[in-house]
Design a protein around this ligand. Structure first.
Ligand code: HEM
Length: 405
């Protein structure tokens, strides 16, 4: 790797007074140099891509591998590294293997399947709001709503019994979250595998209309996938599907507290197009997968004028691409009417683009078309500076969101 550039320590913390924005150091680095060189938590060096065009190019170029077992791959944190070897699934596979496995999951992510799930999601949103109103304020919005909704939706998608949801939500958080304690992460990962393993037996005996049942019937029984493959996939879904959506709900709710005029518009509108556009803008603005997509070059590739050699890692900052002023006018301002909000890369780009994007879009649209109307007095109970941010994980989280109403 070229040593003439300064090496930046990655990832700096964000400013607590402006938590919705990426750290200001990353903007400064980008002003100084289009491509930067960074050092990650374990000393691995990698190239940092932050410009929209560079991000799109790298994620669309299969000469960059998503396989963390390749030398030079810049792993996200100690928790991910501790689980290396037990997470062989679409997220970490390259083609042709990736395409084959993704096709097996397609049936559960179609518009048709979402339409089947929509009434259940709407009912869950109303139920959680009823419970908050019955409980009375103040309360913490994260466990009462933002985390509770996606957990229930994931149960529905996968076919996980409701009685187990707290158990697996806890394990899922520990598997990716607790970067300070890799042993704990690895232990949680093992328990998660055991849990899904047991559930596969249940699905084999009594298959239902859910993702795990379909994998058992169509792939396991035919020998197309092994039990280990299905466990890894089930686990990926749990982790990829609930934390992300939960943090996105929390962030978008916080945005509405901070931009009261736009919140009033959502409260008063019956126009589904405005709700849809607002959700795209929430995704662009928060871009919660703040830690960058991780890849390693398998051949020499030039990006943004920089030669990246085979074996060198790249950290692809989709959240910075979403703040690129050459694509988004006044990118650091939230605007639910933004004409090109949907061009964001919050769900990534290329072959690894998020499988659950339709589902999380529908969840967010349902939330923002119901929440503000049913809870017109919902407000932040405290100061933005005091919100605890979870920054060392793959997904940017807010620990608690105290609200009153
Ligand atoms: C707001 C919520 C969500 C956000 C912001 C999000 C973001 C992302 C991003 C950025 C990627 C690309 C990873 C990469 O390029 O390395 C991804 C992949 C993925 N997401 Fe999501 N996601 C969300 C919700 C979901 C949900 C609800 C599910 C499942 C039900 C899901 C399942 C997946 C899967 C399986 C992948 C891997 C796809 C592949 O590698 O081919 N995600 N997600």
């Amino acid at each position: 790797m070229n040593r003439s550039m300064p090496i930046r320590e990655f990832l700096p913390l964000r400013d607590p007074a402006n938590p919705l924005h990426p750290p200001r150091e990353v903007y400064q680095w980008r002003d100084e140099s289009r491509i930067n060189k960074v050092r990650t938590w374990d000393g691995t060096e990698a190239w940092l891509l932050t410009r929209y065009d560079d991000v799109k190019q790298a994620l669309g170029d299969e000469r960059f591998s998503a396989n963390p077992r390749r030398p030079g791959f810049p792993e996200k944190n100690a928790a991910y590294a501790a689980n290396l070897g037990t997470d062989h699934n679409v997220r970490t596979m390259d083609n042709p293997e990736h395409g084959i496995q993704k096709a097996m999951l397609a049936r559960d992510f179609t518009v048709g399947r979402l339409q089947e799930m929509r009434p259940a999601i709407e009912a869950k949103v109303h139920k959680l709001i009823d419970e908050m109103l019955a409980h009375g304020g103040p309360l913490d919005f994260v466990p009462h709503f933002a985390l509770a909704l996606p957990v229930e939706v994931m149960c529905e998608l996968l076919g996980v019994p409701m009685t187990d949801r707290e158990y697996f939500a806890g394990l899922s958080n520990q598997t990716t979250g607790d970067a300070e304690s890799p042993e704990k992460s690895a232990e949680a990962g093992r328990k998660l595998n055991e849990y899904i393993d047991g559930l596969l037996d249940v699905k084999d005996k009594t298959p239902e209309n859910d993702l795990l049942s379909r994998l058992v019937v169509n792939q396991l029984r035919t020998g197309a996938l092994s039990r280990a493959d299905i466990i890894s996939l089930g686990r990926l879904m749990l982790i990829a599907g609930h934390e992300t959506t939960a943090h996105q709900i929390t962030h978008s709710t916080l945005m509405m507290f901070l931009y009261p005029e736009q919140r009033r518009e959502l409260q008063e509108t019956d126009d589904p197009r405005l709700i849809r556009n607002a959700v795209e803008e929430f995704l662009r603005f928060a871009s919660i997968t703040h830690n960058g997509r991780r890849r390693v070059a398998t051949e020499d590739v030039e990006v943004g004028g920089q030669l990246i050699r085979a074996g060198e890692g790249v950290i692809v900052m989709t959240n910075m691409a979403d703040r690129d002023e050459t694509v988004f006018e006044e990118p650091n301002t939230l605007d639910i009417h933004r004409h090109n909000a949907r061009q964001h890369m919050a769900f990534g780009f290329g072959i690894h683009q998020c499988m659950g994007q339709l589902l999380s879009r529908v969840e967010l649209q349902i939330v923002h078309s119901i929440l503000w109307k049913r809870m017109p007095n919902l407000q932040l109970n405290g100061n933005v500076e005091d919100l605890g941010y979870i920054e060392n994980t793959s997904v940017l989280g807010i620990k608690t969101l105290p609200v009153k109403f």
